[in-house]
Design a protein around this ligand. Structure first.
Ligand code: FES
Ligand SMILES: [Fe+2]
Length: 371
């Protein structure tokens, strides 16, 4: 798991006027709306004596700790320490990590890391929601007890469809089946190539034989593309023809190393009737479960420490490129040392460093160990 990326926190519609505790990267956070309705994300541990802020109350623009009532605003600054008396000066060190938070595409995202704004990777854009007409979204969130890197690799894997997804009409019995040559692109959406890549390939699809929404205009030859932006954001385009296309945007949040929460925005260019939302959502979940059923049993549950510990073939090239990017981010010192964190569990509390740590000293809670 890596610091310095944007992670999906909660659906905007699920964040109302109560604070919510959200677990990400193996840590707890409190997310709440201030009086203007803006979402804020803070580390959940109160620096006074360790209470969970998400159990507290929202008081105007602050979250009030449930234990002794200290109040922290959306920037993590302590605004009130009741035990000191009404007009007491608040010590400078009384602050909590606060993370840049944005609400976009119906999802609240938090930047969990310390990079200044100019150096941050982007939130993966959903251009069809930004300005293109003629598209309709489905929002799905679901969780699985799998490692999110294995999940992303599965999404970048053109070779598994034939065997994992009978819903798409694949039966694993086509003798002529093969993965066509993958055509790579450096990036998509104008995202710098240090943050990701994409690839395209033509594929043959027999069309669905199972129940569910059918793509009537489908032709035999189709194009699919996939790619990533950062370690946890992935896009997949499935182009049936000019009129029929799915574009899926997955924002994955590692809850723990082996537990992921996935926010899937499924855009479609056909079947725009709102009555189709439910059957399409159901179908997406059936497909997601087919992947989960395989991924839950993969060993090791993490991506292996070396590619030589698996027998990779040309269709695994996207995995290889993904792993290369991950190891680059690890070399930058962004990888959380989860072993050290679990060893200290119950004894030492840690925080994901926020951007303010680059500018100010004097933090009460230790920065999470990084490898
Ligand atoms: S623990 Fe939060 S105010 Fe005391
Ligand atoms: Fe799949």
């Amino acid at each position: 798991m890596y610091i310095n990326f944007w992670y999906p926190v909660i659906l905007g519609e699920e964040l109302k006027d109560e604070p919510v505790k959200v677990r990400m990267l193996g840590q707890n956070f409190v997310v709440f709306r201030d009086s203007e309705g803006n979402p804020n994300t803070l580390h959940d541990i109160c620096i006074h004596r360790g209470a969970s802020l998400s159990e507290g109350l929202i008081k105007k623009d602050c979250i009030q700790c449930p234990y002794h009532g200290w109040q922290f605003d959306g920037k993590g600054e302590c605004k009130k320490i009741p035990s000191l008396g009404k007009d007491a000066e608040i010590p400078k060190r009384a602050k909590i990590d606060a993370y840049p938070t944005e609400e976009k595409y119906g999802i609240v995202f938090a930047f969990l890391g310390e990079l200044p704004k100019s150096q941050r990777p982007p939130i993966m854009p959903i251009e069809e929601l930004d300005d293109e007409e003629g598209w309709r979204p489905n929002y799905l969130t679901y969780e699985a007890k799998i490692n999110y890197e294995r999940s992303i690799e599965n999404g970048l894997d053109a070779a598994h469809n034939e065997f994992v997804h009978p819903t798409h009409g694949h039966e694993g019995e086509d003798d002529d089946y093969k993965v066509n040559e993958l055509k790579f692109e450096d990036s998509r959406f104008g995202v710098a190539k240090k943050w990701g890549f994409g690839f395209w390939h033509p594929f043959k699809s027999p069309g669905s034989k199972k129940e569910g929404p059918q793509i009537k205009e489908a032709s035999e030859e189709r194009w699919a593309g996939s790619g990533i932006v950062g370690p946890n954001q992935m896009w997949t385009y499935i182009v049936f023809n000019e009129k029929s296309e799915f574009r899926q945007y997955m924002f994955e949040c590692p809850v723990e190393e082996n537990h992921v929460r996935i926010f899937l925005v499924n855009m479609r260019k056909m079947m725009l009737d709102p009555a189709m939302d439910k059957p399409i959502a159901d179908r997406c979940m059936v497909v997601a479960q087919q992947d989960i059923d395989v991924l839950e049993k993969v060993e090791p549950s993490f991506t292996p420490v070396s590619n030589t510990k698996e027998f990779l073939v040309p269709a695994d090239e996207p995995c290889i490129r993904y792993r290369k990017l991950l190891s680059g981010w690890e070399k930058k010192g962004w990888k959380i040392d989860s072993d050290a964190v679990s060893e200290a569990s119950g004894k030492i509390a840690y925080a994901i460093p926020s951007p303010l740590r680059k500018k100010q000293k004097g933090w009460v809670i230790d920065k999470i160990p990084l490898s």
